[in-house]
Design a protein around this ligand. Structure first.
Ligand SMILES: C[S@@+](CC[C@H](N)C(=O)[O-])C[C@H]1O[C@@H](n2cnc3c(N)ncnc32)[C@H](O)[C@@H]1O
Length: 229
């Protein structure tokens, strides 16, 4: 995830769109060195928060930027139906095999529309690939049922990355990446009428591949869960 120095991302020919980068990385994504960190920090928070707020009436899940379908598979016992959307066909094809009971749609989060409303909308570490997260967050809020849960996670803006370096079958690719502060995203959702019901930060620890941070226990990621008031 760490890459230093570039200041003019748009002019860099080796920086791919998220769709192209994740297509190239899809076959190696689940072995990526960062997975151990997110699975040991973010995943318990996501699964516990959704488990706590899920009951018989909370039966549909939308996973925005579902990647290879890790959460759709893990959350299948909680939901009668689940939908994953992703901009990468490569990631979706792995997710389809992993979570065959879910429905999958190839879509950009900024353009996705559906008449269905969901009890839970989940979006893990996708907003850092969006230059403007507001359109996608508006879509996610529109997709929620009245008492639905919106759970967002992201790479922390203080994490010293400029791009996301993803492994591929024969090397690596760089995906365009943007920094957004947790406080800005939380504030945007609050102004839209949502209430923060639970949050967490994920700090550097033994499972993190980061070795050159100046501050020990640096904040690498965060998650926030919201409901409409
Ligand atoms: C870091 S991966 C996270 C995948 C999955 N949420 C997880 O937790 O493993 C980011 C995912 O977001 C997807 N993505 C990036 N930009 C997107 C967009 N605008 N719309 C939909 N998916 C997007 C990528 O293709 C990739 O699968």
């Amino acid at each position: 995830m760490i890459h230093t120095s570039p200041t003019h991302l748009d002019s860099r020919k080796d920086v791919l769109t998220p769709a192209d980068a994740y297509d190239a990385a899809s076959v190696r994504y689940d072995e990526w060195k960062w997975q151990a960190f997110w699975r040991s920090t973010e995943a318990p928070f996501v699964l516990n928060t959704i488990g706590r707020h899920t009951d018989a009436e909370r039966d549909s899940l939308l996973d925005v930027g579902c990647g290879t379908g890790f959460y759709l598979k893990e959350l299948q016992p909680y939901f009668r139906s689940s939908v994953g959307i992703d901009v990468s066909q490569g990631m979706l094809s792995i997710a389809r095999a992993r979570a065959p009971l879910s429905e999958f749609i190839h879509a950009d989060s900024a353009e996705f529309r559906s008449n269905t409303r969901f009890d839970v909308v989940l979006c893990t570490r996708v907003l850092s690939h969006l230059e403007d997260y507001r359109i996608s967050l508006r879509m996610m809020m529109q997709m929620l049922k009245p008492k639905g849960l919106l759970l967002i996670s992201n790479v922390d803006a203080s994490h010293p990355y400029e791009l996301t370096k993803l492994p591929t079958a024969d090397g690596s690719v760089m995906a365009a990446t943007f920094k957004h502060r947790q406080s800005s995203i939380n504030e945007y959702l609050k102004l839209a009428g949502m209430q923060l019901i639970s949050d967490a930060v994920f700090c550097d620890d033994a499972s993190s591949p980061v070795t050159n941070l100046s501050a020990a226990h640096a904040k690498l990621g965060w998650a926030s869960a919201f409901q409409f008031i």
